[in-house]
Design a protein around this ligand. Structure first.
Ligand code: SF4
Length: 705
């Protein structure tokens, strides 16, 4: 989609940052991108962008972009030709395939397109012969994949982002959309305005006559911090970190005890309710109130509002998933929705909000060590299905989670690591642990747009391209598959990730060789059932995308899942009891609980946003947020430097005093390298999903004299 104005071309694409997938126009003048314009009728962004989207174009001709393949020699990196680089990779793949395919590991990327993720996982499975493939979903929403698949039969957000206007109650837990997905948060605010302001409602009524004005919209936020989202809540449950299972189970128990369940829904569409009731028989809600530090009255009000002021929608993020019991917590939220019938209707759903632009798509494509494409669990039976589809042998044993791979790498058990567009040195827990692991791996390839912290440790660095420099599809958090077109050429000799992968395929003699992204997508359509009906042609005429599942070419896509039945073998959802657990406890030595999260102007490990001056000016280094009460106790002033210590490490860090955290809780944003705050996070993982526990680390503050 292109239009011309004042000598410039406005070319449609999407923002490359978060999973909201906002539509943008890149403004092109004389062949160069000179700015960004909003897309007023895009279903997500609807004419509004956050600072990251506004400045995304600054990455395109950034002076630090990688422009040549670089090989590590004794005295640092030296440029080599693409021919040499691809030959070296092919040789390394042949070696590891011959010796032991499971000593290879591939990290794919939620920043890359579906086509690129598909080719990367296929390289691991069909060429190298291992299921050792993963990407950053292991660190953010792997519990969502496990729990939602098991319970609902589909590992994705059930409703569309703009469907929030149909909800009467919104329960947001462990998630701060005002900072992490501003494009989504504006829909929550639009719903709030629609429901509460008569003048706004008049305007909206004129614009959208089909939407009925409601006045009972309630926002419940459960978050240990007074976040930018929580300040808009009608009810803020400021629970102690690590007590989410007590809070959610208490709400469930209250709903059952008050007989507020949706009996018809439970009877006709679920199994497992009786076990849930049995499991909560002796659950003590007064004790839950004490453990969570939330007054019982507030928990009751939240539960009753959620169950009665329907339809109700749940939004959750990494405050739920990044725990040692992350999968159980997702299940607990699903239970809440199922017993109240809050699923499969407008305004009623369970919405995990994905972090990166294409994390949903990378999961759909099977860039996971435990799932083949289309969420087929890795096992001998599904390996046979994949063998039929691909016409070649497919490994049938689960690969390692990336979180497990780093432990193996530390022991010298990984020979070949190929990283496409990820920066594990800052994203994985344990900066120094990952550094040690990287230094024990025989050969590391990093394919990226900048010389990231991880790329500096590589043996071979490949210059890749940005989203605006390639064609392919991305799937946003609400399952919306959108086509992005190549708008400009990559700088120097940089190549798109798909071109690089196809060069490797060719060098290894893999057939059939795909002639570009469209041919790869044609194969994706055959292999991933939810994508069967989506074609490039349809995506060109539906510029704002099609939401999967889309079973055939006439199907319009699916904004709301589970309307009539669940995609489980018997069509019913599973209610599965969840054991309450306190996942973090303070001690005399570690009297604080440390949590981390995002800031509005930065993004994940900051490899892109730390290179955009306008965003860097807003925040440029790690800070430790502490409550005024704790600061006073420790005699600290704003900007003092302290030593933050956890059982896993310590770092010197600047203090910021803010009432956004309650006494006893500390917060650090996770985007910066000075200091790298992942050096103080631990390596405990959720056994069901492999996600590391980032949230809730016991901590102490050593005041420096
Ligand atoms: Fe980009 Fe997300 Fe901001 Fe939208 S909300 S502009 S997708 S970073």
């Amino acid at each position: 989609m292109v239009f011309k104005l004042m000598g410039a071309e406005f070319k449609y694409t999407i923002c490359p940052f978060c999973g909201a997938g906002c539509g943008i126009y890149l403004i092109v003048k004389n062949g160069a991108v000179v700015g960004v314009e909003r897309v007023r009728d895009h279903p997500v962004s609807a004419g509004v962008l956050c600072p990251k989207g506004v400045y995304s174009w600054k990455l395109i001709r950034h002076p630090e972009r990688l422009t040549q393949p670089l090989l590590r020699r004794e005295r640092g990196f030296r440029p080599i030709s693409w021919k040499q680089a691809i030959k070296i990779i092919a040789e390394k793949i042949r070696e590891v395939r011959k010796d032991d395919p499971n000593r290879a590991y591939l990290l794919s990327s939620a920043k890359c397109t579906n086509e690129e993720n598909y080719l990367m996982q296929k390289l691991a499975r069909t060429v190298i012969g291992t299921n050792n493939i993963d990407h950053c979903a292991r660190l953010c929403h792997s519990p969502t994949v496990v729990a939602l698949l098991r319970s609902l039969g589909s590992a994705a957000m059930t409703n569309s982002i703009n469907d929030v206007v149909n909800a009467k109650t919104l329960f947001i837990i462990g998630y701060n959309p005002a900072e992490s997905h501003p494009g989504l948060f504006r829909h929550i605010m639009a719903a709030r305005i629609k429901h509460s302001s008569p003048s706004a409602s008049r305007i909206l009524a004129a614009k959208f006559p089909s939407i009925k004005h409601e006045t009972r919209f309630k926002i419940i936020v459960a978050d240990p911090r007074k976040t930018r989202t929580a300040i808009h809540a009608d009810l803020h449950l400021q629970h102690r970190p690590g007590t989410d299972s007590y809070l959610i189970n208490a709400m469930t128990k209250i709903i059952i005890d008050h007989d507020l369940i949706d009996k018809e829904f439970v009877e006709n569409r679920t199994i497992g309710y009786e076990e849930l009731v049995k499991s909560l028989k002796d659950f003590n809600i007064e004790y839950a109130s004490r453990v969570t530090n939330v007054p019982l009255k507030l928990i009751e009000e939240a539960a009753i509002t959620y169950a009665t002021n329907k339809p109700s929608t749940i939004y959750y993020g990494m405050g739920i998933t990044q725990h040692r019991n992350g999968t159980a917590l997702v299940q607990a939220l699903v239970n809440l929705a199922l017993i109240t019938g809050n699923i499969g209707k407008p305004g009623a759903g369970v919405c995990p909000v994905r972090g990166q632009a294409n994390v949903q798509g990378a999961c759909d494509m099977g860039a996971l060590s435990d799932f083949y494409p289309g969420y087929r669990a890795v096992n001998p039976e599904n390996a046979k299905i994949m063998e039929k589809l691909w016409g070649t042998k497919v490994p049938e044993e689960k690969g390692m989670y990336s979180s497990e791979m780093w432990l193996e790498a530390q022991l010298g058990k990984i020979d070949f690591l190929y990283i496409m567009g990820e920066n594990p040195l800052l994203s994985e827990p344990g900066y120094y642990r990952i550094l040690r692991a990287l230094r024990r791996i025989d050969f590391i390839v990093v394919q990226d747009i900048f010389l990231t912290e991880t790329a500096r440790e590589a043996d071979l660095v490949l210059p890749a391209s940005l989203w605006a420099e390639k064609t392919g599809t991305m799937t946003n958090t609400e399952r919306r598959v959108q086509l992005i077109d190549k708008i400009v050429d990559p700088p120097g000799e940089a190549r798109s990730d798909i071109d690089i992968l196809l060069m490797i395929y060719k060098e290894l003699g893999i057939t059939p060789l795909y002639n570009g992204p469209k041919e790869v997508f044609e194969e994706i359509r055959r292999v991933v059932p939810a994508y069967h009906g989506i074609t490039y042609e349809r995506l060109i005429s539906n510029r704002y995308g099609i939401q999967w599942p889309c079973p055939d070419e006439k199907h319009p896509g699916t904004p709301i899942l589970h309307v009539e039945k669940f995609p489980t073998p018997d069509g019913r959802a599973r209610i599965i009891p969840v054991k309450p657990e306190i996942t973090v406890k303070t001690t005399k030595d570690y009297p604080y609980i440390l949590i981390n999260g995002r800031l509005i102007s930065h993004y994940n490990t900051g490899t892109m946003t730390r290179r955009i001056l306008e965003l860097l000016l807003k925040e440029s280094s790690s800070i430790l947020i502490i409550s005024p009460e704790d600061a006073e106790k420790l005699n600290l002033l704003d900007r003092d430097v302290v030593e933050l210590e956890t059982p896993y490490g310590k770092e010197r860090i600047k203090v910021r005093i803010s009432p956004e955290v309650p006494p006893g809780v500390l917060f650090v944003p996770n985007h910066f390298v000075d200091p790298p705050v992942n050096s103080v996070t631990g390596d405990i993982i959720d056994q069901e999903s492999g996600i590391p526990e980032y949230k809730g680390i016991p901590a102490r503050i050593n005041v420096l004299k």
